[in-house]
Design a protein around this ligand. Structure first.
Ligand code: EPZ
Length: 419
């Protein structure tokens, strides 16, 4: 298995091109199921997860081709409407094919995804939303069997708490339902707005994306379109935190300021200079140590859970004590014990991590169990004394396009070791 080797201590200087957002790309690709015309996605990241979803969509009959960051998906007809366990268990976002399959085909059978390293992650909200749209749902042998023989009907869905995936799933199903659907307490993430923008240019009628109330008026059919995937706000935040921690001056090309306001606020409190610049966002961290700062993860526009691990890495070498509270997932501190192996001082108390900044971290062999946890170890490795080897690189490959190349171009001493 490949690993990544980092010799810490170099500052980062230069620029980093921000790729299209993984978590948007995965939902946009699924939209191919809703139309028999070609869907072209530009600024498409090339990641293990997008390749994996390509295989699943091809299984349903989609023809998918890729030329650099342009992907064309075309599903003239659905050949299957079953997503087997083997294809769903590897990536939870695959579960979002259920609603579109049902909308296009009137029935679908999709494996339940199961838990994962960061928490139990049930799909009850997804299923309730589809039921509210008139789907008849049964669970059998680990599969969801859904039917809507006369098509989906518009409905009223009030989410008991915010779920990104369930909001997206409801939108993907409701665009072809008969009549009007209202989503209350909907997620407001930029990925929701991106999905709504793409579907709207395919002919869907969606109002209110980006707010807590979304109204969808169903249409009979959707057409093809060309859509640019929104720049990845989590990749943006990750490189911003890498520069904050290692020090330096980096332009994050194409990064969107308003998608990371919560992070800019916390970085300002920590003493990092983040500012809008020509062509993106410029991060400067040149005044020595960061000031310890607290965060609490929240649905957008709050501090994103997907940047919590990276923020923790930064706080490990800050001046003072920082309290990090995780409120979205119940088991998302798996990086903490690995950071401690590098000399970090972290006290875990339920959903709180109390980090006391240390003078310096020491390189060590480490590994993590999910994507964002893994990249937090990369950030720690950039500032640690000596060599850090990060195992299970496949986690990083799921969500960071060209990670080593982007960091090396800014002066990091980082390489992939193939085995
Ligand atoms: C999306 O996951 C992202 N994944 C996650 O990114 C991200 O951490 C998360 O949103 C929160 O921002 C993709 O977009 C592919 P949720 P999602 O539904 O949609 C609970 C990464 O590293 N819940 O908003 O699955 C759930 O267990 C990943 O890129 C239910 O209880 O997240 C969690 O505690 C990791 N029942 C909370 O809601 C449900 O039916 C929020 O999850 C659905 C969710």
């Amino acid at each position: 298995m490949d690993s990544i080797k980092i010799r810490g201590g170099n500052k980062l200087n230069g620029s980093v091109p921000i790729s299209g957002a993984k978590n948007s790309a995965l939902k946009l690709m699924v939209a191919t199921i809703l139309t028999d015309e070609p869907l072209v996605l530009t600024r498409m990241p090339d990641l293990a997860d997008t390749r994996f979803l390509t295989t699943l969509l091809q299984h349903f009959g989609a023809a998918i081709s890729r030329d650099s960051s342009r992907m064309q998906l075309h599903t003239p007809r659905l050949e299957k409407s079953e997503a087997p366990y083997d294809l769903v268990r590897k990536m939870r976002a695959s579960f979002n094919v259920l609603g579109p399959l049902l909308a296009r085909n009137g029935e679908a059978r999709v494996s339940l995804p199961g838990g994962c390293a960061i928490g139990a992650r049930p799909v009850d909200l997804h299923l309730k939303a589809l039921e509210a749209l008139g789907a008849d749902i049964e669970l059998s042998e680990g599969y969801v069997e859904a039917r809507a023989p006369h098509g989906l009907q518009g409905g009223q869905i009030t989410f008991p708490f915010v779920s990104v995936g369930a909001t997206e799933h409801a939108i993907l199903a409701a665009v072809l339902a008969k009549g009007e659907t209202t989503l209350e307490n909907a997620a407001r993430e930029p990925e929701i707005v991106d999905l709504a923008d793409c579907l709207t240019s395919m002919g869907a009628k969606i109002e209110g994306a980006g707010s807590s109330t979304i109204t969808i008026t169903g249409v009979d059919r959707l057409k093809g379109t060309t859509h640019a995937v929104v720049p990845d706000r989590i990749e943006t935040g990750t490189y911003a935190l890498a520069v904050a921690t290692a020090g330096g001056d980096v332009l994050l090309e194409d990064a969107v300021w308003k998608h990371n306001e919560a992070l800019w606020d916390r970085l300002a409190a920590a003493g990092v200079n983040a500012a809008r610049a020509d062509g993106g966002i410029r991060i400067r961290s040149e005044n020595g140590r960061l000031a310890a700062t607290d965060i609490e993860t929240r649905p957008y526009p709050g501090f994103p859970t997907d940047e919590q691990a990276q923020f923790m890495a930064a706080m490990c070498v800050a001046d003072g004590r920082s309290v990090i509270r995780e409120t979205i997932f119940e088991n998302r501190f798996m990086h903490a014990p690995e950071l401690m192996r590098m000399g970090a001082q972290i006290d875990l108390r339920g959903n709180e991590a109390i980090v006391t900044g240390v003078e310096s971290l020491r390189g060590a062999p480490v590994m993590a169990t999910d994507l964002r946890a893994s990249v937090s170890l990369v950030i720690a490795g950039l500032v640690a004394a000596g060599e850090t080897t990060i195992g299970r690189v496949y986690h990083l490959d799921r969500g960071f396009e060209g990670l080593e190349a982007k960091l090396a171009a800014c002066g990091a001493d980082i390489e992939r070791v193939k085995e």
